[in-house]
Design a protein around this ligand. Structure first.
Ligand SMILES: [Fe+2]
Length: 407
């Protein structure tokens, strides 16, 4: 499989046409024709991540955050963004970034899955640039043509794959002189049973699917056409979901994300039912979350003014860290890729949060200070941030949730 094939697989999972205008998703560096046997997935394209990918023998690095994002004015070594780029280019390591296209396709659902929140919809649904292919096939060839289309990336709606529709009908045609018809004879008008096969695809896969139909269809001149479609509901930013029964949000979120410290704003309820999730920098969606009837927004970043806005709007906010809220989505991307490109070995690079929390020992009760010291009880798991009784009914320390089946 080549780098360009991996790009096509990502495009089938998270169409690059979903990326926002200001974003820079896609191939960041490297040769699209380079062969890939091993690929590493990470959140950030830092110099350390490039080193880890190379140490693991990877032929490709896939990151969520783009390698080239803010205006890159210089490639002088020593600058973090330039350093990672230079390392990747010198080592002939191609880098692909799936940023806001993955935000719209799988980032928030991954966090919802981790927090066991039942999704009800997106905070901001977006429609992808999708096409529908309609192919007319003889009944005996339906299977091979539909399989070829699915292998080319057609038939994916949300998490569902190999989606299609078929209807039986009657096709008619007149083979011209010099033709080689699969059914009928030259110069004889023929009618035959045909199936109308329909499947959706990202517009970027149009040529690939056309080639798949021509290669698999038994007719000398296959009849197929593309239509532009607007499917709402398959993609979107942020999830609105429900905890049923309602949960105590703080210990649950902290435990699932392995966090010992959460930043709060607005009226955080003791128990929450309707919750909005926006991994990463999602606090700008506060008004939309409130309008969607949510009591709580879980996101990764929070500024002072967004905290004031939350109080004004009367909606609670839990800021659980950009790194922590987007890492589940990166892992989900890796698993999706591994499922769809089994010939490539995918692995996830473990990254540390660039924002560690420091806890002043003097705010802890004397009897806890030894436990909070390096190597002490709390350093092996989530830690208390402040002295005094735990907030509300939080039972500390909460055991961090651990990734199952981590390769
Ligand atoms: Fe992010």
């Amino acid at each position: 499989m080549k780098v360009s094939d991996v790009l096509a697989v990502i495009d089938s999972i998270a169409p690059f046409c979903l990326a926002l205008d200001w974003d820079n998703s896609g191939l960041q560096a490297g040769d699209p024709d380079r062969r890939v046997a091993k690929a590493a997935v990470a959140l950030d394209p830092s110099p350390e991540t490039v080193d880890s990918a190379l140490a693991a023998g990877s032929d490709l690095l896939i990151t969520h955050h783009p390698l080239i994002f803010a205006p890159l004015k210089s490639l002088a070594s020593g600058r973090p963004q330039a350093e990672a780029l230079l390392k990747a280019v010198r080592a002939d390591l191609p880098v692909i970034s799936a940023h806001t296209n993955w935000d719209a396709a799988g980032m928030a659902p991954a966090l919802a899955e981790l927090l066991e929140l039942k999704p009800e919809g997106f905070i901001e649904p977006v429609s992808a640039d999708l096409l529908k292919i309609v192919v007319f096939v003889p009944p005996g060839s339906f299977g091979q043509v539909s399989e070829a289309l699915f292998d080319a990336g057609a038939g994916e709606i949300g998490a569902y794959t190999r989606c299609s529709f078929r209807a039986e009908g009657l096709g008619g045609f007149l083979p011209p002189e010099g033709s080689d018809p699969y059914i009928g004879s030259q110069g004889v008008y023929t009618e035959t049973a045909e199936h109308r096969l329909e499947a959706v695809l990202p517009s970027s896969l149009r040529d690939r699917c056309a080639r798949a139909v021509r290669a698999s269809h038994p007719y000398e001149e296959p009849a197929f056409e593309f239509y532009r479609v607007d499917i709402q509901g398959a993609y979107g930013f942020g999830i609105v979901g429900v905890w049923d029964p309602p949960r105590e949000p703080l210990p649950w979120i902290a435990g699932r994300l392995g966090k010992s410290c959460l930043t709060l704003a607005g009226p955080v309820p003791d128990k929450a039912s309707r919750v909005a999730l926006l991994p990463g920098s999602g606090a700008s969606y506060l008004p939309r979350a409130k309008a969607a009837g949510c009591e709580l927004l879980v996101t990764g970043d929070l500024t002072h003014h967004q905290a004031l806005l939350a109080r004004e709007l009367g909606i609670g906010v839990v800021s659980a860290g950009h790194h922590e809220t987007e890492t589940p989505g990166c892992r989900r991307l890796m698993l999706e890729l591994a499922k769809r490109a089994p010939e490539v070995s995918f692995s996830m690079i473990r990254e540390e949060s660039p924002m560690p929390v420091w806890r002043a020992p003097w705010i802890l009760p004397r009897r806890w200070r030894r436990m909070a010291a390096p190597g002490g009880f709390f350093s092996r798991g989530p830690q208390l941030r402040a002295a005094g009784p735990p907030p509300r009914s939080v039972a500390w320390p909460v055991r961090p949730w651990s990734w199952p089946n981590l390769p």
